[in-house]
Ligand binder design. Sequence first.
Ligand SMILES: [Zn+2]
Length: 99
Amino acid sequence: MKDTEGTHGHTMATTAHEAYAFACLHCGHAWEQAYEIEHHVDNNNRPFILYFADGERVPSPLTRLTCLNCGEHNVRIMRAGRANAALSAQAAQRRSPHP
Ligand SMILES: [Zn+2]
């Protein structure tokens, strides 16, 4: 971590902001969480990804899903905003019945 810092280490990293929506199939709890996702490449050119939520390093939400409410792992993950985009696209289509 020392030598690569400030040389090529940082230029290889790209950060993405993603928000995910979670829904527990066990207790019905639903929540959203925004993540900063850093894409890195290690010294062997192997990509790895770090996840941050609220500035804290967190495990990947895609591999380890735990309900914040009941602790079960029967959690569904969706891309937040995707449902909204799909809904507004539908609404836009419905808005022009008479061209
Ligand atoms: Zn739950």
